[in-house]
Design a protein around this ligand. Structure first.
Ligand code: GLN
Length: 529
């Protein structure tokens, strides 16, 4: 089958959930036996979101091949179980950088470099690059931002051209918003009409419209939108607020979204897949009402900042027949005096990843409390490094133990800069990124949890456990149970005498999916109930 292209755009307002819709489309086509991939274009100038504050952009997701990407790639992976790569995440900055590099090399000698055709050609090349390397039946390309943004104009032009060139092999799915005006008691379709008009003015006629709405839309409203926007009535569907994002694929399937996509792309529709495993998961989710209270100790009081950790905990709870109730605890506010009060009622605590000085002493205060009160604790990346520092200070007795990230002159540098990082001056894309191997020590808890002696997990850090201290830590009861076979970097520490006290230098949250939740999260939550 020839590769077909589905472009997903959004109108009216941002945050409508284009990522969830793109992931759901991928899931539905995959359930029909198709090989799919999903790609995100972000219209900002940063090369990647790695240098962005989580308040700006939410979590930074990392692919196995070490690209720092938008958190929507996390949705793609969790929904579909596919592994994304650096080609699945492209920003305007990367497009321009590639074009400017080519210009300097002399690839365009004699020519004036312009948005059209040079930038748009580079966008088109990247949309087609995924399927050039490996066969996909469908490539779903989500365009970040909202129609009408100055930044997204080159992407729209690229889509217009591709649709013209590809004919029936490409379609546009447009997601818009139908607001409810409480005072008038009315649902309003005008913003949708304007958004489609804007799209049409760029030469793009949407094939399918998905209307985000808080209230159920009557068929008459869908019909009205269809006729005003030149879209077939069966190709207008609604996406109501649902109790869980994981309900979205089935809601779309019920309205025939996948069938319409296939028909529009000239593919045979065939019988509707049952989605058995997915339905089983949803049933489990609905049945899991008893709550498990878990603390997230971090800096950012923002749902999206620790997105993958939140989702991994939620999924792990469901598979343990529980509903995860996550409590954010601002690490900047945790003192030895209030820690007991702040952690009261929590079955377990996750110490979140992060960078820089702010809030780390609070993390250490929290860890001291959970370690001495045997409250299950899961430290991730910076969280693991803080577990190490707390242990060095309060168990081994190196009162000034620190990470050279926060205190370069510390005498007890239990967390040190990696050798390979010492000469690096550029901040962007230069950390230890992507999947690395890790051998698990025989007899360790992590080995039992994973059920294997070798794993691959994704990283995003510059600093590491200082091996000079390994013997001292182990003699005092903190074991280094995961090590990289090539570099001997310590990837996991644990205190085996406690109920669950594990720190990972890597980010297990990136590889937890709906149908395959991560074993560390599963086991952590299991301990809490
Ligand atoms: N700041 C730490 C480092 O660079 C941890 C990074 C993280 O938590 N992702 O090593």
């Amino acid at each position: 089958m020839q590769t077909k292209y589905i472009f997903v755009t959004g109108g009216v307002v941002s945050s409508l959930g284009k990522g969830i819709i793109s992931a759901s489309i991928g899931k539905l086509l995959q359930a029909r036996g198709h090989k799919i991939t999903i790609q995100k274009f972000d219209p900002y100038i940063n090369i990647d979101p790695g240098t962005l504050n989580p308040y700006e952009h939410g979590e930074c997701y990392v692919t196995v091949d070490g690209m720092e990407t938008d958190l929507d790639l996390g949705h793609y992976e969790r929904f579909t179980g596919i592994r994304t790569t650096r080609e699945n995440s492209v920003t305007t900055g990367r497009i321009y950088q590639a074009v400017i590099d080519k210009e300097r090399r002399g690839d365009y000698l004699g020519k004036t470099i312009q948005v059209v055709p040079h930038i748009t050609d580079e966008i088109k090349r990247r949309i087609q690059a995924l399927a050039a390397r490996e066969h996909f039946d469908f490539v779903i390309t989500e365009i970040g931002g909202t129609i009408g943004d100055i930044e997204s104009a080159p992407f729209m032009e690229a889509i217009r051209q591709l649709r013209w060139e590809m004919g029936k092999n490409a379609i546009n799915v447009h997601l818009t918003y139908v607001p409810y005006l409480r005072a008038a008691g009315e649902l309003k379709t005008k913003p949708t009409q304007h958004s489609v008009k804007e799209l049409q003015s760029m030469g793009i006629q949407p094939d399918i419209l998905i209307l985000r709405t808080e209230l159920h839309l009557e068929q008459s409203i869908l019909n009205k939108v269809a006729s005003f926007c030149n879209v077939e009535p069966e190709c207008v569907v609604q996406s109501e607020d649902l109790p869980s994002i994981y309900e979205v694929p089935l809601n779309m399937q019920r309205q025939g979204l996948d069938a319409s996509i296939l028909r529009k792309l000239g593919e045979e529709v065939g019988p509707t897949p049952e989605m058995r495993p997915w339905r089983t998961f949803l049933q489990l989710q609905r049945d899991s009402t008893e709550e498990v209270h878990i603390g997230l100790v971090g800096k950012y009081d923002l749902q999206d900042a620790y997105k993958s950790i939140r989702e991994s905990l939620a999924l792990a709870a469901i598979y343990n027949h529980r509903k995860a109730r996550l409590h954010f605890i601002n690490s900047e506010e945790i003192t030895p005096d209030n820690v007991e009060e702040l952690l009261k009622g929590l079955a377990g605590v996750v110490i979140c990843p992060g960078f820089g000085q702010r809030g780390i002493e609070g993390k250490i205060n929290a860890i001291r409390y959970t370690r001495t009160h045997d409250i299950p604790t899961f430290g991730i990346c910076l969280g693991m490094q803080m577990i190490v520092i707390e242990f060095a200070r309060n168990v081994i007795g190196h009162k000034d133990a620190h990470s050279v990230e926060m205190m370069p002159e510390t005498k007890h540098n239990v967390i040190d800069i990696m050798e390979s990082q010492k000469s690096i001056t550029n901040m962007g894309g230069t950390m230890r990124l992507g999947a690395f191997g890790c051998d698990l020590k025989e007899g360790s808890r992590v080995r039992a949890i994973y059920g294997t002696d070798h794993i691959e997990e994704r990283h995003r850090h510059r600093y590491e456990f200082n091996n000079a201290y390994r013997a001292e830590f182990e003699a005092n009861g903190m074991m280094c149970t995961g090590r990289n076979p090539e570099s001997d970097l310590v990837e996991i520490v644990e205190i085996p005498t406690l109920r669950w006290f594990i720190g990972t230098q890597f980010h297990p949250e990136y590889s937890s999916t709906v149908l395959k939740p991560h074993p560390l999260f599963l086991d952590f939550v299991k301990t809490l109930i």
